[in-house]
Write a protein that binds this ligand. Structure first.
Ligand SMILES: NC(=O)c1ccc[n+]([C@@H]2O[C@H](COP(=O)([O-])OP(=O)(O)OC[C@H]3O[C@@H](n4cnc5c(N)ncnc54)[C@H](OP(=O)(O)O)[C@@H]3O)[C@@H](O)[C@H]2O)c1
Length: 287
C-alpha cells in the first residue's frame, strides 16, 4: 500500500476545507488542518482523529504560519500536499469599501496563501517533491461589480500560482490553482458582514447581495465532489496548472476567454502599432 500523504489544509472549519479534511481522513491520509480557532475543526471530526493535527493559525501572520508549518513537520515528519483554501469575500464597490476592508481581503486571500507557501517551500524544495494547491475562484478570471477586493485577490492568486509553478518545477514541486464556481458552503452565510459598512446607493450593492442571499443554500456545487477532485489531481503524474470546478465555472470562464480573444483581435492593429520605428532585429529577448 502507498504511504499516506501528509496534507496541510487551511480554513478547515467549514465548507470546502472541512469536506476535504473529512474525505482525506476516510482515505487514510494524515492531515494538518488550520482554523482561526482549532476547536472549530476538532468539534466536527469524530473519526480517524489519530491522523489529524488541528492548529489555531491566523494565516495573515507570517510568524504564526511559519511556527505552525514547523509543528506539522515535527508532528508528521514531512509534508506533501498543501491546500491554501482559507478565504472570504466582502461585497461593495471600489469607492465604497474602506481601505481596511479592501486590504483585509487581500491580506487573507492573497498574503495568507503567500505566507503558507513561503513557510512550506524550504521543506518541499529540500524534499524534491510536493503539491501546492491554491484555491482561487471564477472571480480570479472575471471581475464582477461590487466584488473588487475579492477579484483582485483571486486574480492575484492565479498569477502567483503560475509564477510559482515555473519557479518550483525543477524541484519536482507541482502547483495547481483551483477555481470553483458556486458551491454550497458557508461562504455566503455572513449576514451583514457580507457587505462593507459604507454604502453608496448608486452602486446598487443591495441588488447583488439580494441575489447572493437568495442563492445561499441553493448553490449547485457539492463541496464533497470538489474535495474528491482535489484528491484526484494529487494522484496524477501531470496534474493541471488550472482546474475549473463546476459547470458554472466552465461556462463563465470559457465565455470570458472568448470575449477577451475577440477584444484582443478587435484592437490588434492599435496593439501592435507601438514599437519604435527603427528596426533592430538583433535584440530578441526570451524570458
Ligand atoms: N463556496 C463558493 O462558492 C466558492 C467559490 C469560489 C471560491 N471559493 C473559495 O473557496 C475557499 C473556501 O471557501 P468555502 O466556500 O469553503 O467558504 P466557508 O464555508 O466560508 O469556509 C471558509 C474557510 O476559510 C476561512 N476564513 C474565512 N474568513 C477568513 C478570514 N477572515 N481569515 C482567515 N480565514 C478565513 C474560514 O476559516 P476559520 O476556520 O478560521 O473560520 C473557513 O474555514 C475560499 O478561498 C473561497 O474564496 C468558494
Amino acid at each position: 500500500m502507498e504511504k499516506p500523504k501528509i496534507w496541510l489544509v487551511t480554513g478547515a472549519s467549514k465548507g470546502i476545507g472541512l469536506a476535504l479534511v473529512k474525505l482525506l481522513l476516510t482515505k487514510g491520509q494524515k492531515v494538518a488542518a488550520t482554523s482561526r480557532n482549532a476547536s472549530d475543526i476538532a468539534d466536527k471530526i469524530t473519526d480517524h482523529q489519530e491522523n489529524l493535527l488541528t492548529l489555531t493559525v491566523n494565516i495573515t501572520n507570517s510568524e504564526e504560519v511559519a511556527a505552525s508549518v514547523a509543528k506539522v513537520i515535527a508532528h508528521f515528519g514531512r509534508l506533501n500536499v498543501i491546500v491554501n483554501n482559507a478565504g472570504y469575500s466582502i461585497y461593495g464597490s471600489v469607492e465604497a469599501l474602506s481601505d481596511q476592508e479592501f486590504r483585509q481581503a487581500i491580506d487573507v486571500n492573497l498574503f495568507g496563501t503567500v505566507n503558507v507557501i513561503r513557510a512550506a517551500l524550504p521543506y518541499l524544495r529540500q524534499q524534491r517533491s510536493g503539491h501546492i494547491i491554491n484555491i482561487s475562484s471564477v472571480a480570479g478570471y472575471k471581475g464582477f461589480g461590487n466584488s473588487p477586493s475579492y477579484a483582485a485577490a483571486k486574480f492575484a492568486v492565479r498569477g502567483l500560482s503560475e509564477s510559482l509553478a515555473e519557479e518550483v518545477k525543477e524541484f519536482n514541486v507541482k502547483v495547481t490553482m483551483v477555481a470553483p464556481g458556486f458551491f454550497r458552503t458557508s461562504f455566503l452565510d455572513k449576514g451583514d458582514q457580507l457587505v462593507g459598512k459604507n454604502r453608496i446607493a448608486e452602486y446598487h450593492v443591495d441588488r447583488l447581495v439580494n441575489v447572493l442571499k437568495k442563492m445561499n443554500g441553493h448553490q449547485k456545487g457539492d463541496p464533497e465532489k470538489l474535495a474528491a477532485a482535489i484528491i484526484q489531481i494529487t494522484e496524477e503524474t501531470n496534474p493541471p496548472a488550472h482546474l475549473l470546478m463546476g459547470p458554472d465555472a466552465y461556462e463563465i470562464v470559457s465565455e470570458k476567454f472568448k470575449a477577451d480573444m475577440n477584444e484582443i483581435e478587435q484592437w490588434k492593429a492599435l496593439t501592435i502599432s507601438t514599437d519604435l520605428d527603427e528596426s533592430d532585429d538583433a535584440h530578441q529577448f526570451e524570458i
